[in-house]
Design a protein around this ligand. Structure first.
Ligand SMILES: *Cc1c(COP(=O)(O)O)cnc(C)c1O
Length: 258
């Protein structure tokens, strides 16, 4: 049963979603792109399975979570609520601890937050141990803003040639792992009041993606996962192929979580 707050959110999802879709389309046009080139991942963290199921039924085929524990409870519960033939694609958008790599590869269709070679090696080893031929699609999370942030490969604007060489080496090590398939990059822009200030960050991620395409054409670097509720329009103008949106669709989160 939904309580009254959740009921309100439920009825608002349709309306919020159509506004978000309009804003996505307008931003795509401003960037000279097709709205179809931008995938919307609805971030359902902190919301109950009923809300995630309602989102799926409202046409949101891609749902995102940021914690493995929460997702491990929620994903099967959502599947119970919707018709069994089809389900959403699940995206892991939050930091992934190495010890949670096993359940994460079972639960998620795309991991946006590959942020170390050690995590990549752990994922690869787990699959090798199972003698499975699974190949996990991943995005490399990169911190291009220069702000101190806990997660992501660090590649600030001030990166030295050595920092850059280290990053290229990490890419090479990850590309050498047979059970991972990098598909692009993810970043989180710093929290700022003026979304315009995030533009250089998104631009830098796209430049980095283009450089990866030139240097490592053996992988498909298509995806740019960037943009959240406060800055998705700027991200789309700068080339986002995936936006990760929670609050603009589901309202603000009552549980304190970033
Ligand atoms: C919560 C979260 C989002 C969505 O944030 P909103 O501001 O609610 O749109 C996107 N990406 C990550 C990594 C998140 O943790």
């Amino acid at each position: 049963m939904l309580n009254s707050r959740e009921m309100d959110e439920h009825t608002n999802i349709q309306e919020n979603l159509s506004q978000v879709r309009n804003r996505i389309a307008a931003a795509a046009r401003r960037g000279g792109r097709s709205p179809d080139d931008v995938r919307l991942v609805a971030v359902t963290k902190t919301h109950p399975p009923e809300v995630a199921a309602a989102a799926f039924e409202a046409g949101l085929t891609d749902l995102g979570e940021n914690r493995v524990g929460e997702a491990a409870d929620k994903i099967p519960a959502v599947q119970e609520l919707i018709s069994p033939a089809e389900g959403p694609r699940w995206h892991m958008v939050g930091h992934l601890q190495r010890r949670k790599a096993g359940p994460a590869i079972e639960l998620f269709d795309l991991i946006h937050s590959l942020d170390s070679v050690r995590l990549a090696e752990r994922i690869n080893r787990l699959i090798e141990r199972e003698e499975s031929d699974l190949v996990v699609p991943v995005l490399m999370q990169v911190n291009v803003s220069g702000e101190r942030s806990k997660y992501g490969f660090d590649l600030p604007p001030s990166a030295s040639p050595k920092d850059r060489a280290d990053f290229w080496q990490a890419v090479e090590q990850i590309l050498a792992l047979p059970h991972l398939r990098p598909q692009g990059l993810m970043t989180m822009a710093p929290l700022v009041t003026d979304p315009e200030r995030t533009r250089p960050v998104f631009y830098a991620l796209r430049e980095l993606r283009d450089e990866l395409r030139r240097n490592f054409p053996q992988a498909d670097w298509h995806e740019l996962s960037m943009g959240m509720t406060d800055d998705f329009e700027v991200a789309i103008e700068e080339g986002a192929t995936i936006v990760r949106i929670g609050r603009a669709i589901f309202g603000s989160r009552t549980t304190c979580q970033v």
